[in-house]
Design a protein around this ligand. Structure first.
Ligand SMILES: [Mg+2]
Length: 106
């Protein structure tokens, strides 16, 4: 599941002009998203998902109800990280599963 999301995240990023060279810019972008998450968390800014109506003005609805919230920033971080895994030719499922197994044993 993560592997599929990783590939989608990477493909979308490439279409948007990211990953032209190495992954340095994506890593810097990830750091800015972590800062945005800290800001959203400080404001205790949560998304209003019940107001989202898929397929009917979805973009405007998302921007009004979820953009810049804690949920939005966590999604940004996950999407960027998954895209990075694919850009570095890694299997996101495998690296997360292996690390979680290791964490259980610590
Ligand atoms: Mg963001």
């Amino acid at each position: 599941m993560l592997k599929d999301l990783s590939e989608q995240a990477y493909e979308t990023a490439v279409k948007r002009g990211q990953y032209q060279g190495d992954v340095k810019d994506a890593i810097l972008h990830l750091m800015t998203e972590v800062g945005e998450l800290a800001g959203a968390n400080k404001r205790a800014n949560h998304g209003m998902f019940e107001q989202i109506v898929e397929n009917i003005g979805y973009r405007e609805s998302y921007e009004f109800s979820i953009k810049n919230t804690i949920e939005d920033e966590i999604a940004d971080i996950l999407i960027l990280t998954l895209g990075l895994a694919k850009a570095l030719d890694m299997d996101a499922d495998n690296i997360v599963r292996m690390k979680m197994l290791y964490n259980k044993m610590r």
